[in-house]
Design a protein around this ligand. Structure first.
Ligand SMILES: Cc1cc2nc3c(=O)[nH]c(=O)nc-3n(C[C@H](O)[C@H](O)[C@H](O)COP(=O)(O)OP(=O)(O)OC[C@H]3O[C@@H](n4cnc5c(N)ncnc54)[C@H](O)[C@@H]3O)c2cc1C
Length: 466
């Protein structure tokens, strides 16, 4: 990219912001235009189901630090409407056309709709944006009675814990038999499920919603086990779908997100890269099967890698091969995940305390440790994470399958691992700076950005620095 050229970033969230900043760090002096559907500058989304609900933080505390050098043109409250790769044009409302020399697609995901749910009812909410969180908080504070969360995944569980900490009666409805089931492995899922139950959260597990009845005092939710929850407020948290509707007809491959090659360059496009929740790419460290990763740290790291590779050009680009990390926090319990647990076909206990619930579950595929999830075991997670790097070397192309049996272990001090292939030591990476809080804008301005910083409470990552 030449300095007089323009880079357009579609999506004004975390990945888009960090990509823009990386362009400046690498000396790009051309114009950067960030098109964001939301009217807010980027903010810390993980806090939306935690501190922003339980009142520890208000919306104005959530703004992310924006580096002074970014000097971007922000088109906030503006939706990218379509893409014409052949003409290097991003369409904006009203027929406006934004020419680009380079494009970064970082439009994230949107909450998945729940079939049959009367979404038009103001008592029924989803949670993806700060405006959603403000509406949910207002609904909870202005009502009495039961708050029902539909969905037992990360966001659903965090919502239930936050609402419970506000002293409200809350219920979780889920089709699976435990909370967080597939994301963290059975043993940790059982502990989390018990933690919610022990605090009085009403759990309707392994059930389907038969029908909804909207009444003046609330919404009656009829379940397949015959239970009826009468909700004052409902939060639907049943997963998310990539925000790619604006790309239909562009020629890009849009199955479960924007398909990219290992270097974040999109398949079927030129001078276009993608990053964050919306991007599906083959991580050559984990077998090369294209996957999306909906984690905060991945949005940061992939935003930076995509910017680097856009400037480098497809031929000179480096594969993006992270070990993904995520965290969640409920009732003060901290769960950290590393690698790709979802890839595991088997699990093993890598560390477990006889005394309390602290434990680490390892996820095994083809005799290799491909992921781990720890509950209140940050030090052991850091120690064991080197093993994930060691056993998952970057391969030039997708890795052929191998077969060998895993081994198990006893206490948090003692780690025994499946005998994976030998690999060199792992490079350390600086942890991501904690976001900070100038006030949120009140209307959809076109602004040039200048940033300042201050520490944020708890929902920053304490995942293992590498
Ligand atoms: C409630 C909640 C809690 C979470 N908690 C955690 C956690 O504890 N740990 C963790 O690791 N991760 C967590 N995450 C996930 C993490 O926040 C995401 O992985 C990260 O924000 C993804 O960043 P992104 O930039 O890819 O997408 P986003 O942050 O979603 O940004 C994409 C932006 O693009 C905009 N956009 C979409 N379509 C268009 C369009 N056509 N034109 C213009 N703009 C568009 C969207 O409005 C959005 O502002 C949480 C997410 C949520 C919602």
């Amino acid at each position: 990219m030449k300095n007089e050229e323009r880079v357009v970033v579609a999506g004004g969230g975390l990945a888009g912001l960090r990509a823009g900043e990386r362009l400046r760090e690498l000396g790009f002096r051309g114009e950067i235009v960030i098109v964001g559907a939301e009217r807010h500058l980027p903010y810390h989304r993980p806090a939306l189901s935690k501190e922003a609900i339980n009142g520890e933080l208000v919306a104005s505390d959530l703004r992310l630090t924006i580096s002074r050098e970014l000097d971007a043109v922000w088109r906030l409250g503006t939706v990218a409407t379509h893409l014409e790769p052949d003409r290097h044009v991003v369409g904006l409302p009203g027929g406006e056309e934004l020419k680009y020399d380079g494009l970064i697609i970082a439009t994230g995901v949107e909450p998945r709709h729940l079939a049959g749910a009367p979404r038009q009812d103001p008592r029924i909410h989803v949670l993806r944006t700060v405006d959603d969180a403000i509406a949910i908080k207002r609904a909870i504070n202005s009502t009495q009675g039961l708050v029902v969360v539909i969905g037992g995944g990360l966001i659903g569980c965090e919502m239930a814990a936050s609402v419970k900490s506000m002293g409200r009666d809350v219920a979780v409805v889920s089709r699976s038999s435990t909370l967080l089931g597939s994301a963290v492995g059975k043993s940790i899922a059982d502990t989390v499920t018990e933690a919610h139950r022990a605090r009085g959260v009403r759990l309707a597990m392994g059930v389907k919603i038969r029908h909804w009845v909207r009444q003046s005092g609330g919404v009656a939710i009829h379940l397949s086990d015959g239970q009826v929850f009468f909700a004052a407020v409902v939060v639907i948290a049943v997963g998310a779908a990539p925000s790619v509707a604006w790309l239909r007809g562009s020629g890009l491959v849009l199955e479960d997100g924007v398909l990219c090659d290992p270097t974040c360059h999109v398949v079927g496009g030129t001078d276009i890269v993608a990053a964050g929740d919306v991007a599906r790419w083959p991580n050559l460290r984990f077998g090369g099967q294209p996957r999306r990763v909906e984690h905060w740290l991945n949005a940061v790291e992939m935003g930076r890698a995509a910017a680097e590779n856009l400037l480098a050009g497809r031929e000179s680009s480096r594969p993006f091969t992270p070990v993904p990390r995520f965290w969640t926090e409920q009732y003060g319990m901290r769960i950290q995940g590393s690698g790709l647990p979802a890839m595991g076909t088997d699990t093993t206990t890598l560390a477990g305390s006889q005394k309390d619930h602290r434990t680490i579950t390892g996820f095994i595929s083809d005799g290799r440790l491909v992921g781990m999830v720890g509950l209140d075991a940050p030090t052991a997670m850091i120690k064991l994470s080197t093993e994930l790097w060691r056993q998952n070397k970057v391969t030039a192309s997708p890795r052929p399958p191998q077969h060998s049996a895993p081994a198990a272990s006893a206490d948090p001090g003692e780690h025994r691992l499946p005998a994976g292939p030998r690999a060199p030591a792992v490079p350390r990476q600086a942890p991501e700076p904690v976001p900070s809080p100038p006030p949120l804008p009140s209307h959809a301005p076109v602004v040039r950005s200048r940033g300042h910083s201050r520490a944020l409470a708890r929902s920053g990552p304490k995942a293992p620095p590498r």
